[in-house]
Design a protein around this ligand. Structure first.
Ligand code: ATP
Ligand code: MG
Length: 534
């Protein structure tokens, strides 16, 4: 195995609340914790902590505590932080629900997680209420943050000013949150993360991400997904930074908020990097306040990342992780000036990794420390205090993913170099097998994004007339551009090894992406399997 090149950090044996807010310095209480990017409303740390405790008191009075699961279904608004931390403070488990879900999807998660109470917002109430009532959750247990006829509002609960309860649980085993994986490869899986998992990942990320109290951090990545939950709601608040919330991505609004709120640190997923590198609108805003953009959740192409760096005059960083790892396991350090963007950086403190042949399970040979060699590619396995407790209600999946010695199968193919940097090649399940050669769709997508006429692209494997898997590209052209499929294929052929040639091209209006910023190749495959016109 190989270990993190960074010294271990201390992980306090405390709850999330006690770690984040227990020892807050009096001088930090009047700092602004949250700014609503839409209305400009501000919440100080003093107010946030008061609200978290008052909500925990109201939940306890309603009989909610250790052993209960409370669902939180809202876009990024400041009240999300109050409810999220209030649920944990009461000793209950928070399951966060994708704001884009329809009633059936919400219902499936409420049932799977065993939620008995739900927090939502008035614009999402129709689908939330349909789901809750189908699961037998009564109307007085459906709280609407901004209020709605027949339901309590968040301020109704806070105005009761009840003291937070005394709760006791073991931070190492008590499930703090039940986020769901993105559902990129199949049905989203409920992931059990303990208080210790969340506390650990904050502590492990602090030295790598370099956030400070004076940072104004744009919170556009959804809080319901583990990336936004840990890096924004937990890490940024632990640093006493300011979160500027944005409920949904819209390029012009994103740029306006950065400009008007002088955001300094912006966390994104690669689709936003594509817009920042290519969209003409970017030139119309003053983005000089931004010192760092950090991308995660899906592969960021190094050339694209550099283009963003140059256009905005800031540093670009990349991290890697997964819900099952709370989520961050690798990051290019904030301090690593001039670091290449072709890796996801080094392994976080307190972690160990393995790279194994997915067929035989044999471990690859690692390059000598400090050398510029790169290991063979294989599946990445990770161990550390941020590894999940398991999948909810799915022991079989847990057994397949988690080894007895604590190593988690990431399902991603990676290499490691002598300098400790890890390169993610592709998901094991997404590799295209062309005549025995492996082709990584992500590599072809990155190449296509470098074509001046292409605004966005995705690649999947499809079967040709002989039943052979071949790469097919779905391409969105820049407005006003016109290229033929033949010309595009010829352009790619000049730049790749013969087995990686793109052999089919379809022009589309948009690439399907998940709320967390991943290309939904499974949707492209499903459309491919359905005969046209049916
Ligand atoms: P599901 O497990 O439900 O199919 P998912 O794996 O997309 O969905 P997440 O936990 O949100 O759900 O995402 C983790 C995955 O995202 C990783 O396994 C990896 O494939 C991908 N990923 C995250 N960061 C990066 C990155 N920097 N580069 C490449 N891939 C990344
Ligand atoms: Mg996954």
């Amino acid at each position: 195995m190989f270990t993190s090149p960074h010294p271990d950090v201390e992980i306090p044996d405390l709850s999330v609340y006690d770690t984040l807010f227990g020892g807050i310095a009096p001088s930090d209480l009047d700092r602004i914790a949250l700014r609503d990017g839409t209305t400009g409303a501000e919440t100080s740390y003093r107010q946030l902590i008061g609200q978290i405790n008052a909500l925990a008191g109201a939940l306890a009075a309603a009989g909610i505590g250790v052993g209960d699961v409370v669902a939180l279904h809202a876009p990024n608004v400041p009240a999300f932080a109050t409810v999220f931390h209030g649920i944990l403070r009461a000793g209950a488990t928070a399951t966060t629900v994708n704001g884009l879900y329809n009633a059936e999807e919400i219902e499936a998660q409420l049932r799977d997680a065993g939620a008995t109470m739900l927090f939502t917002v008035s614009p999402l109430l129709p689908q939330a209420w349909a789901a809750a009532s189908a699961c037998g959750i009564p109307s007085d247990r459906v709280v609407v943050l901004d209020g709605a006829e027949g339901h309590a509002s968040l301020s109704d609960l806070l105005l009761r000013r009840l003291p937070a309860p005394d709760v006791s649980f073991d931070p190492a085993t008590h499930v703090a949150v039940l986020p769901y994986s993105s559902g990129t490869t199949g049905r989203p899986k409920g992931v059990m993360l303990s208080h210790r998992n969340l506390v650990a990942n904050v502590q492990q990320s602090i030295p790598q991400l370099g956030m400070v109290a004076d940072d104004r951090i744009l919170a556009v990545l959804p809080f319901f997904h583990i990336y936004g939950m840990t890096v924004l709601l937990n890490l940024a608040l632990s640093r006493r930074a300011s979160l500027v919330t944005m409920p949904r991505f819209d390029l012009a609004e994103f740029l306006r908020i950065i400009q008007d709120f002088r955001c300094s640190y912006v966390f994104i997923a690669p689709p936003i990097a594509v817009a920042l590198a290519k969209h003409p609108l970017v030139d119309e805003f003053d983005l000089s306040s931004v010192h760092t953009i950090f991308s995660g959740a899906a592969p960021l192409d190094a050339t694209l990342g550099r283009a963003v760096e140059e256009r905005l005059g800031c540093r670009m960083r990349q991290g890697y992780g997964m819900t099952e790892l709370s989520p961050v396991s690798h990051a290019i350090a904030f301090q690593a000036e001039g670091a290449s963007l072709d890796s996801v950086g080094t392994t976080l403190p307190n972690m160990q990794c393995r790279i194994v042949d997915p067929e035989t399970g044999a471990e690859v040979d690692y390059p000598a420390e400090g050398s510029d060699e790169e290991s063979a590619a294989g599946e990445l396995l990770c161990a550390g205090p941020n590894v999940m407790l398991g999948y909810l209600g799915n022991e079989e999946a847990t057994r397949e993913t988690l080894e007895d010695d604590g190593f988690l199968h990431t399902g991603d193919i990676a290499t490691v170099r002598g300098d400790g940097t890890v390169r993610i090649i592709e998901r094991l399940k997404e590799l295209i097998k062309y005549h025995g050669y492996q082709v990584a769709p992500a590599e072809l997508e990155a190449l296509l994004l470098g074509h001046p006429a292409i605004a966005d692209a995705a690649v999947i494997g499809v079967l040709d007339d002989e039943g052979q898997e071949v790469p097919k590209a779905f391409v969105v052209l820049q407005p006003g551009q016109d290229v033929t499929a033949e010309a595009l294929m010829a352009w790619v052929t000049e730049r790749v090894a013969p087995h990686k040639k793109i052999r089919r091209v379809a022009f589309v209006d948009a690439i399907p992406k998940s709320a967390s910023g991943k290309i939904l190749r499974k949707d492209l495959r499903a459309a491919e399997a359905t005969p046209a016109g049916s």
